[in-house]
Design a protein around this ligand. Structure first.
Ligand SMILES: Cc1cc2nc3c(=O)[nH]c(=O)nc-3n(C[C@H](O)[C@H](O)[C@H](O)COP(=O)(O)OP(=O)(O)OC[C@H]3O[C@@H](n4cnc5c(N)ncnc54)[C@H](O)[C@@H]3O)c2cc1C
Length: 352
């Protein structure tokens, strides 16, 4: 069965796809947003908004709602070998969980007359001169004039379009990440514990919740291979780095492994289909630029599809931005790694 209602089909309802959906709906362009998940996630992931990301949200009319949830005054508390060394206030960044941003954007999309269609994983794409036909695994198809692949770093759209994802994966650098509670740990600080053997553990409070985002050097096996995250592993890592008897990370609601990938799409357009967000670029998280850049991609693509610029302008502008992002975040990562070896300094080395 073919459904022909969309001017633009947005594939993926992460921050990029939701912002694009809102931007298009705001311009009166018929848009459908589909996502392969069964429903929204509750993972903290991208937790910092910078001025550029907030500017996109401002334009969408949701910056005040985001500010009402986020924390603009988080103090970075640095420890070295278990000893509290320094507190730093870093202005210009709003801390907020990614699921909280997505929640605000989904509500904005609903106000603009749209919604997310869950359980709709795009598995095939065909194009002709008039439009794009996306196929779902159950055989249903969606016909649209344009398609935007906002389906994350492992993008199916990118693969289906045959667009290369050039760059490298640094197997030597990885982190376990997750969302945990840590009863008894003060919530006014982004706790950053570093050790003289190069280890790191960070717990960042997610505002309006009792959850912290945990990021840590991983446990490894005898061959030095990263072990998958687990509740027990999080506790062992916390004891090793934080050395705070009586405090434990508990109740993980999200656990994942993150590896340094530095890759970008060879092009952002194939006929009537585009790439944006992590589907177009992945890079080190130092500086917290990924989601912020995806929001800017979304705004630029909406300008192109809305006729204020052109698809060619979108591609050349955002390819240049992606190339800069990869180099910039790699350099920020180098600064952060160096900072973590110096007592009293931490992730603020990647900001600004
Ligand atoms: C620990 C951690 C910390 C981070 N910190 C920051 C930070 O501080 N600041 C920052 O800016 N960024 C940060 N990031 C990066 C940020 O999370 C990503 O850049 C951001 O999620 C990218 O958004 P996106 O919408 O492009 O992709 P995603 O968020 O990956 O969304 C893609 C969506 O597409 C859907 N999808 C996938 N395939 C299909 C398909 N075939 N059909 C339909 N739907 C599909 C998925 O279900 C998903 O909902 C961090 C990431 C991690 C893991």
């Amino acid at each position: 069965m073919t459904d022909t209602s969309a001017g633009v089909l947005v594939v993926g309802a992460g921050p990029t796809g939701l912002a694009l959906g809102c931007e298009l709906a705001r311009r009166g362009i018929a848009v459908r947003v589909v996502d392969g998940r069964d429903g929204p996630h509750g993972e903290s992931r991208g937790k910092t908004l910078n001025a550029a990301g907030l500017a996109v949200l401002e334009q969408l009319g949701v910056a005040d709602r985001i500010r009402a949830v986020g924390n603009p005054e988080l103090v970075f508390r640095k420890y070295f070998d278990g000893e509290h060394i320094d507190d730093t206030v870093v202005p210009g960044t709003l801390f907020i969980g990614q699921w909280q941003i997505e929640d605000v954007l989904r509500r904005r999309l609903a106000e603009l007359g749209g919604s997310v269609e869950w359980g709709a994983r795009v598995a095939g794409i065909a194009q002709d001169a008039q439009g794009v036909t996306a196929t779902l695994p159950d055989g249903r198809t969606i016909r649209a004039e344009w398609l935007a692949g906002c389906d994350g770093g492992g993008s199916t759209v990118r693969r289906l379009l045959g667009i290369p994802f050039e760059g490298y994966t640094d197997e030597g650098q990885s982190m376990v990440v997750g969302d945990v509670r840590a009863p008894g740990l003060s919530r006014g600080f982004w706790h950053q514990w570093f050790t003289s053997d190069g280890g790191a553990m960070m717990l960042c409070p997610i505002p309006g919740t009792d959850v912290f985002q945990l990021q840590s050097s991983p446990e490894t096996d005898t061959e030095g291979r990263t072990l998958p995250p687990s509740a027990e592993g999080f506790r062992r890592l916390f004891d090793r780095h934080a050395r705070m008897p009586g405090i434990r990370p508990v109740d993980p609601s999200w656990m994942s492994t993150w590896r340094v990938n530095v890759r970008m799409a060879g092009r952002l357009r194939e006929g009537r289909a585009f790439l944006a967000g992590d589907a177009a670029h992945v890079h080190p998280i130092a500086g917290g630029l990924g989601m912020n850049t995806g929001l800017q991609d979304a705004a630029a693509l909406a300008r192109a599809l809305g006729g204020e610029t052109t698809p060619d302008v979108y591609e050349s502008e955002r390819l240049a931005a992606a190339a800069h992002l990869l180099a910039d975040s790699t350099e920020r990562m180098r600064r952060v790694v160096t900072a973590t070896r110096t007592p009293g300094t931490g992730t603020e080395a990647g900001l600004g």
